[in-house]
Design a protein around this ligand. Sequence first.
Ligand SMILES: [Zn+2]
Length: 534
Amino acid sequence: MIKVTCLGGAGSVTGSSFLIESPQGKRALVDCGLFQGGRQMESRNREDWGFDPKGLNTLFLTHAHMDHSGRIPKLAKDGFKGKVITSPPTAELSRVMLLDSAHIQEMDAEWQTRKNKRRGKEEVKPLYTMEDAEASLKLLTPTERDRIIEVEPGIRARLRNAGHILGSSILELWLGENGNTTKVVFSGDLGKHDQLILRDPHEIFDADYLFVESTYGNRMHRSFGQSKDELLEAIRYSVSKNEKIIIPAFAVERTQELLYLLGEFDREGLLPDIPVYLDSPLAIKATEIFRKNKKYYDEEARAIVDEGYDPFDLSNLKFTESTQESIAINEKSGSAIVIAGSGMCTAGRIKHHLKHNLWREGASLVIVGFQAKGTTGRKIVDGAKHVKVFRENVSVKAKVFTIGGFSAHADQKDLLEWIGHFESNPRVFVIHGEATASEALAKKIKDDFNLTVHVPKWKERLILKPREVTIESTEAPEPLPDMKEVLSNTIIDLESELKALKKRIKSKEAGEKIEDDDVDQLKYIQEELKEILS
Ligand SMILES: [Zn+2]
């Protein structure tokens, strides 16, 4: 019997974490994310784990987003000494992001402590420190995708491309021993169909149990072509007014997608001759990691590299790492594109750019990412005339472009298409979504595929039993053939067919008779043979 406890990312999109117990009582964790969004949700980050981190040997990390990785330093601080099994790019991105997260934790605690002291309250300790994060990075164990690894007796695993952000993975798990195994698949966050830079999510055909994300389980994305036009329109608008184009963006994936698109505009001669600033130390580091990891690009991105370009570079791109360089951007007048974090305008350098540009007619604010309720970004999108930036009331005179076609998540259609590849009728658990999104996807899965579906709640414990297979047979079963004999007979047949084919090609009338299709078919056979030999 396998037990799965939903410790986070069930009934919510943050704090993703699932504890697995194998039939032999071995434990492993899938993701260890940070709860985000409001005090009540964030208080969960400090709760007891519900298990002993010291007794855990393995953590599978699907990708580097904070809502999947952000509590790893705390897990290590609380005694976890095992391996964090993850793809090589995820390990690289996690190094940068966990240190950044620790810095934010320290700053937040310091700020909260100062506030508390004025009220005579206690000091606040950070969830974890830079030192804790550094220590946890030693546990990262980069593991190539597409190969099965034995993690410990009774737990085997394989990572597959999830196409969501660089390095993101689907997790396939085989639990159990002696021919009595159960396959459990965790989708992780899935990318959308035809996403920039990355290949589409790997198609999986079999599982006994499937845990699938549902962030956009009830929504469809807008067309991407339209979004590209809107981005170009925003740039042209502010260039014509000699003002700046401000783009708040998440440091990983969205920023690189923007650079990729701007690069495309640049090569096509569509980008006006203005500076483009990447004003985020975290995004700069992430972009370097994207540049290095070319083998994970999709065909289109590879083609750009093959033509001799860097997909994330453009003629006027400037990385502004230091604070002085960042300040200098607003000291210069004239048009420029500024990409900065945070993605929802709540912190970071974007706040300075808002303060300097939001009130300027002719400037543009281009929103390319999800804006959660209560954030400055959301208020602007909802049409606020003024917003608070650094305790100042800044009026919104800039033109706001909300571009909906960028997303690193599969929408409902993409999710259903991916689930449709399973041929084994898995039992499905819909996770990682707001309740309405999860329920909507669950209903669609039931209706479209007639599968048994459940939407687990936070802290719910699921018991997965090996699936019962009933074989009904009225006749005596045929004896099983000797596979070795079948194979050697097939090879003999194949050899004689090949001989006949060679003869035909040599003969005179062959020229007219052989077609492209015949060659393709042969190549196919050759590929299949290679597959068998490997
Ligand atoms: Zn994610």
